[in-house]
Design a protein around this ligand. Sequence first.
Ligand code: HH2
Length: 309
Amino acid sequence: MSASAFRLLCRDRVLEVAPGRAHVVGVLNVTPDSFSDGGRFLDPGAALAHAETLLAEGAAVIEVGGESTRPRGAAYGAGAAPVPAAEELRRVLPVVEALVTRLPEALVAVDTYKAEVAEAALEAGAHLVNDVTGLRDGDALARVAARHGAALVVMHARGRPGAMPHEVESPGDVLEEVVASLRASVAAAARAGVRSVVVDPGFGFGKTPRENLRLVAGTDRLRAALGRPVMVGVSRKATLGVVLGTPEAPAPVHERLFGGLGAAALAVVRGASLVRTHDVRPTVELLRVLTAALEAGADLAPVPAAEAP
Ligand code: HH2
């Protein structure tokens, strides 16, 4: 196995990850208010049917989320309100239970920053935990993941869920900020005993469009600096709308697919191992061709643009 390949230990399952061969994480939001698919999969039957579709389309992981994280501001108005753990559990748990029993081949992730929600989801059989706060409020969630042998995704965000600003102007370089913050998250996870940690720069989550795009372009730097597999989630996000339209008139959510595929492709070429998306089939097809082309040219060192004929 090459130095940059990883074995993600997800309880009794292993996900092999390697740069240039990314896996797709299919998003299953069981929320009334997620920014692009809120309300569609609240019913556990509808959620299960959608998960089946995502798996058939090639998702390696189904990620179940019970609380929207959309920030307040121009794009999403007041932003998402925090959801009490009891309500989040009521949304998430029946779906995790159904996935684990009805689709046993699926790797199941739970998107939560609450230790008690993670505990119940792992108890029900989930394999990974995705924490959009990067353990900023302590290591309780990491200890839960460690106890169950689950993999943990730590994501960078500027601000807490429920109080997330849409865009904060940061004086420094966003790459340095994100590396420093994720380095602390990785260390906290390791101290708590988590065996497999994935890092995610948190596309959106309080950054400006230029900063988000710089993070995508700098995926190789994140991977090199942190020495962990990188996950990216650009799917349908506001920055794509701004690039495809204007800040005042962004392209609507459902017209961001092709732009999002472009950003995902760049992240994978620069070393991302997991792509989180609502649009599994187009992403899987993109990655298949990308991987085949990367392999066909594996012996070709990139030529600096200045030297090209
Ligand atoms: N993005 C969202 C939620 N969770 N987790 C990780 N690791 N990375 C991301 O980029 C990420 C995430 C936001 O997307 P979505 O779930 O579709 O929206 P909402 O938060 O409104 O449910």
